[in-house]
Design a protein around this ligand. Structure first.
Ligand code: ADP
Ligand code: X15
Length: 396
């Protein structure tokens, strides 16, 4: 059983909240504050419930020692801006040690203490027991709201849960488990999954887990060419994982046995380079000229995919339909986002990573039922793996 923050009594207690403030930066500027905004409901709830709020996160992949390039300072400033003048946000110099203990002790009502990057200590990623205990010593209550990092068994995401009196999931974690879980457990039918992105190998376990559950699996993006090659189509210079052809064959056979349609592109937008300078052509069918590569799904495929999405009651999508970073190859990704946004009768869930970024960028974010804040974490969740960060919250 997992308890949620609302199930706890927080008045006067030190509430240690593991958040995922691993946000993209340009210098000192946070270029996408989604993860910070998504953590606000839990932070606000803990403050309203009278808790003394301590936030901890990693940022980037520093090499196990302090490094100013990876300070949480930009994230803490962004948080202060989002929380408004009623709350003071204090950034600690470290995440453990006597100075931090003192700051926790002196924390006043309404103040929020942000600990410095957990990965400045190599013990964090090593899930070191002594370090876990040290983090736990700062907490009366441990709340994990870092869904984006829930696939890591680190001290702050898993280890410390064993050494705290009380533990619970935060509201973002709750939302992620609810919506991603619904897709896996009892999706309303018809249930359509759309997978794209660069590699079959990244999505193989997701395909295997979803195949028996979905009414149709739509495949776009570069990964489609490995499947098309197996089926005997000409794929030209498209990205194909030659060493995954046998695997793709196995998946197509499994789908045939289950009578689950795998819908592959029937036409493409092709080019000769991965840049805006590339030529752009549409193919009349699924074959690609020898000297060109498939960089987006074509208009007939877009229409087919749209039709499937329009009729669905549950849609889950992970991975772009083409080289969406280049405008002239972004149409397929946009059409899928648009079709999902316009199906108001369906539960629409976007796995994190590039597809989530594309959906936000294109302005469809708030039109989806749920856009996951986790890339790797949402993929592993959809693979059916119990994430260590969630498992650690289980109580008897
Ligand atoms: N046809 C294609 N040719 C080359 N690159 C592609 C193609 N389709 C998608 N991509 C690229 O794949 C990347 C996303 O792949 P991936 O990391 O697997 O997706 P996600 O992060 O959503 O799981 C993007 O950079 C996108 O431009
Ligand atoms: O951004 C993250 O992962 P993601 O890019 O897969 O969503 C998480 O914060 C985990 O970071 P990590 O992959 O350095 O452990």
């Amino acid at each position: 059983m997992i308890r949620y923050i609302d199930d706890l009594q927080l008045t006067g207690k030190r509430v240690f909240i593991r958040v995922d403030f691993n946000v993209p930066l340009e210098g000192k500027r946070v270029t996408d504050d989604t993860r910070i905004r998504e953590a606000l409901p839990t932070i606000r709830r803990a403050l309203e419930m009278g808790g003394k709020v301590i936030l901890a996160s990693h940022l980037g992949r520093p090499k196990g020692g302090p490094d100013p390039k990876f300070t949480l300072e930009p994230a803490a400033s962004k948080l202060a801006e989002l929380l408004g003048p009623k709350h003071e946000v204090i950034l600690a110099d470290d995440c453990v040690g006597d100075a931090v203990k003192k700051q926790v002790k002196e924390l006043k009502d309404g103040q929020v203490l942000v600990l410095e990057n957990l990965r400045f200590h190599k013990e964090e990623e090593a899930n070191d027991e002594a370090f876990s205990r040290e983090l736990a010593s700062l907490a009366d209550v441990y709340v994990n709201d870092a869904f984006g990092t829930a696939h890591r068994a680190h001290a702050s995401t898993a280890g410390m849960a064993a050494f705290v009196k009380e533990k619970a999931a935060g509201l973002l974690m709750k939302k992620e488990i609810e919506y991603l879980g619904r897709v896996l457990k009892n999706p309303e039918k018809p249930f359509v999954a759309i997978l794209g992105g660069s590699k079959v190998s990244d999505k193989i376990k997701v395909i295997e887990n979803l195949l028996p559950k979905v009414d149709a699996l739509l495949i776009g993006g570069a990964m489609a060419y490995t499947f098309l090659k197996v089926q005997g189509a000409d794929v030209g210079k498209s990205r194909v994982e030659e060493d995954k052809l046998a695997l793709a064959t196995k998946i197509l056979d499994a789908a045939a046995r289950l009578k689950t349609p795998i819908v592959l592109p029937v036409d493409h937008v092709v080019g000769n380079a991965l840049t805006e300078q590339s030529i752009k052509q549409e193919t009349p069918d699924r074959n690609i000229p020898a000297d060109l590569m498939g960089l987006d799904i074509g208009p007939k495929t877009r229409a087919q995919f749209t039709q499937h999405i329009r009729n669905a009651k549950t849609v889950v999508w992970n991975g772009p339909m083409g080289l969406f970073e280049v405008d002239k190859f972004a149409e397929g990704t946009k059409v899928v986002a648009d079709a999902m946004a316009n199906n108001r009768a369906a539960v629409t869930v976007i796995g994190g990573g590039d597809s989530a970024a594309a959906v936000q960028q294109m302005g469809y974010g708030d039109k989806m039922t749920h856009v996951s804040t986790g890339g790797g974490a949402s993929l592993e969740f959809l693979e059916g793996i119990q994430l260590p960060g969630i498992k650690a919250l289980e109580t008897k």
